[in-house]
Design a protein around this ligand. Structure first.
Ligand code: BDR
Ligand code: CA
Length: 310
C-alpha cells in the first residue's frame, strides 16, 4: 500500500482526484492538506470536507494550510471553477470536522514519524504548503518517496498567462523551492493533462454508473467544460489533477523525460514559467520526470472502473 498525503485546492478536478484516490485500495490517504488556490482557503477546506463526505469517508483527516502564497498576493480561478470552487451539484454542508493542527505541521509531523522514502506527496494546487514544510523542516526531505504533482507546461506553455500554468504561477517561489529540493519529482504538466479530455463518450460511461458519485462528477465536469471548451475549442475539458493519482496507480499510461526544470520567478512577462529542458540543451542537471504524453483512453478506463467501486 502506498502512503500518500494529498495537498489540494478543490476545485472540481481536485475533487475527482480525491475520489479516485479514495476508491483505490493500493493507496492509503494519510491526510488531506488544503491550500489557497482555485478559491480562498476557507472554501478549499469546506470543499475537501464535502468531497470526503460524499465518498462516505468522514474518517479522513483534513487540515487547513497556508492562506496565501509565500511572497505574493493570492490569485484565484473562480472564472473556471465558479464562486464556490466546486460549482456543479449542490452538496450538503459538511459535518465532519476540520483538524485543529495546521496542514504544514501535520506534514512535518507525519513525515518525521515515517521511515526514509516512505511517503508520497501529491500536490494538486499551488506548492505553498509543501515548500513551507520543506523550508521549516529540511530534515523531512529524506522521508519523502516522491512528489508527484500537477503543474507547469512546456509545449502547451500556459493557461493562466501565455507562459504559465496556474498552480506554478500562483506561488512561483514555492515551486522553486520544490523544484530545487533534490527530492524525486514527477510532474504532470498541461502537456499531459490537456490530452485527458472529458469527451461525451467518456463521460457517458461514467454517467451510466448511475451512482451519486457519478452524478457529482458529471455535474462538476459539465460545469468547467463550458469554460474550457470555449477557451480551447476542444471536445471536452482537461481533467488535470486526477492524472497525479492515475500516475500512482498505473504509471505506464504516462510517458515523459527525466530533465532539468527551473521556475521563472523574476520576469514580469514569463513569471511562473516552468523552463523545461525537453531537448537537453542547457547542460543543467535533471531534477524531474516531466510527462509529455498519456494514453487517455486507459486513463478514463481506470477512472471509470475505480469510481464504480465507491
Ligand atoms: C490546475 O489549476 C487548477 O485550476 C486545477 O485544479 C489544476 O490543479 C490546472 O492548471
Ligand atoms: Ca487543483
Amino acid at each position: 500500500m502506498q502512503k500518500i498525503i494529498i495537498d489540494t485546492d478543490p476545485g472540481q478536478d481536485d475533487a475527482v482526484a480525491i475520489l479516485l484516490a479514495l476508491a483505490s485500495p493500493e493507496l492509503q490517504v494519510l491526510g488531506i492538506t488544503c491550500v489557497a488556490g482555485n478559491v480562498p482557503l476557507p472554501l478549499t477546506t469546506l470543499n475537501a470536507r464535502k468531497i470526503c463526505e460524499l465518498a462516505g469517508r468522514t474518517d479522513i483527516e483534513i487540515f487547513a494550510g497556508c492562506d496565501a502564497p509565500i511572497k505574493r498576493k493570492l490569485i484565484t480561478a473562480e472564472h473556471v471553477h465558479g464562486k464556490t470552487g466546486l460549482d456543479g451539484i449542490e452538496l450538503p454542508a459538511p459535518t465532519m470536522p476540520l483538524q485543529d493542527q495546521h496542514a504544514v505541521d501535520f506534514i512535518i509531523e507525519t513525515l518525521r514519524a515515517a521511515q526514509d522514502h516512505e511517503i508520497t506527496l501529491c500536490p494538486l494546487g499551488p506548492l505553498t504548503n509543501i515548500a513551507t514544510a520543506l523550508t521549516r523542516a529540511p530534515d523531512i526531505a529524506i522521508k519523502i518517496k516522491q512528489i508527484v504533482l500537477m503543474g507547469g507546461a512546456y509545449f502547451e506553455v500556459g493557461n493562466i498567462t501565455p507562459t504559465a500554468e496556474f498552480n506554478i504561477y500562483v506561488d512561483p517561489e514555492a515551486a522553486e523551492i520544490v523544484f530545487k529540493s533534490g527530492i524525486d519529482l514527477v510532474v504532470l504538466p498541461l502537456d499531459a493533462t490537456h490530452k485527458v479530455l472529458t469527451t461525451r463518450a467518456r463521460m457517458d460511461r461514467i454517467k451510466a454508473l448511475n451512482t451519486q458519485i457519478a452524478q457529482a462528477v458529471i455535474s462538476w465536469t459539465d460545469f468547467f467544460e463550458r469554460f474550457d471548451m470555449e477557451k480551447y475549442g476542444s471536445d471536452g475539458a482537461p481533467l488535470h489533477d486526477p492524472c497525479v493519482i492515475a500516475y500512482l496507480l498505473q504509471p505506464d499510461i504516462f510517458t515523459g523525460r527525466y530533465i532539468n526544470v527551473e521556475i521563472e520567478t523574476q520576469s514580469q512577462l514569463t513569471l511562473g514559467m516552468t523552463v523545461a529542458d525537453w531537448w537537453g540543451v542547457s547542460g543543467r542537471k535533471a531534477n524531474a520526470t516531466f510527462m509529455g504524453d498519456v494514453r487517455a483512453d486507459a486513463f478514463y478506463e481506470l477512472l471509470t472502473q475505480r469510481l464504480s467501486q465507491l
